[in-house]
Design a protein around this ligand. Structure first.
Ligand code: FE2
Length: 285
């Protein structure tokens, strides 16, 4: 028997499938947020999944490019990426690691594969910054795989806590202004689990392996699909016939004007023109 339904359970309001595209110097990827199907999901501006065993699909990487006004979150499932910026920061992202980069007033960086062949797979999420923080100092949180807390679930499965809280554990990433939750969840076939989220945060699930049923009423979401969550404090999830792997992401919406031009995301057209001028005249960072 199921417990009685409560008004605080979240439901799936909409399902979106990623669109194949290419970005950087020709990296093939699937764009899930930031496409004609889903322009943004406040405060999330973009979600890409990249994944291929063919070096030709990713070898060109993302050579020098700027960002201003938001945060980029790179989570690697497989492969290795190297990061360098114009201030001399340098890091390597291994499988299972995450980089939470607050671009703030400006970063010019490259994100390049450190392999020429073999599986490279991961995600990049863009999280908006509120107007008061768009011009903050750039900041990095580079978290190696073994520093991401993992909670094992009774009966199998695990939750990697990149940001937010689960099962009494706090995530690896701290002090992010939108107070995000970012969980990587693995559930064995047939296994169910319930997740708690701040009730007013915008939430989403993105299935990257298998298929499951999410929310009340239970709605199917399968590999390559994003489910937009309605409001509520808890989310029920059950894996179907195979292991289900998905990202559960949520954050406080900003409800501010969004004006975007490529890698610049500000609140007004004037601020975008200023960003382009600053970049072209070497006044970034
Ligand atoms: Fe970038």
């Amino acid at each position: 028997m199921s417990p009685p339904l409560s008004a605080t359970h979240r439901s799936i309001q909409r399902i979106v499938r990623g669109r194949p595209t290419s970005d950087g110097a020709g990296v093939r990827l699937s764009r899930v947020i930031g496409s004609p199907d889903l322009d943004h999901l406040d405060p999330f501006l973009l979600l890409d999944e990249f994944g291929s065993e063919r070096g030709a699909d990713y070898i060109a990487g993302f050579p020098d490019h700027p960002h201003r006004g938001f945060e980029t979150v790179t989570y690697m499932l497989a492969g290795r990426m190297e990061h360098r910026d114009h201030m001399g920061n340098h890091g390597e992202l291994d499988a299972g690691s995450v980089q939470w980069m607050t671009a703030g007033r400006g970063i010019i960086h490259s994100e390049m594969p450190r392999q020429s062949d073999g599986l490279m797979r991961g995600f990049q999420l863009w999280v908006n910054l509120p107007a008061k923080d768009k011009m903050c100092e750039p900041r990095y949180q580079d978290i190696p795989p073994d520093a991401i807390p993992e909670v094992r679930l009774d009966g199998g499965g695990l939750v990697r806590i990149i940001a937010g809280e689960h099962g009494g554990e706090r995530g690896a990433v701290s002090a992010i202004v939108t107070d995000p939750t970012y969980l990587d969840v693995h559930l064995p076939a047939g296994k169910g689990h319930e997740f708690q989220l701040p009730g007013d945060h915008q939430g989403l699930v993105y299935a990257y392996e298998g298929k499951g049923h999410f929310g009340e009423p239970a709605t199917a979401v399968e590999k390559g699909q994003l489910g937009v969550l309605g409001a509520g404090e808890s989310l029920r999830v059950t894996a179907d016939n195979d292991e289900l792997r998905f990202l559960l992401i949520a954050a406080r919406p900003l409800r501010e004007p969004i004006v975007r031009y490529g890698p610049f995301v500000m609140n007004s057209r004037e601020q975008i023109l200023e960003a382009v001028r600053d970049y072209q005249s070497g006044r970034f960072g």
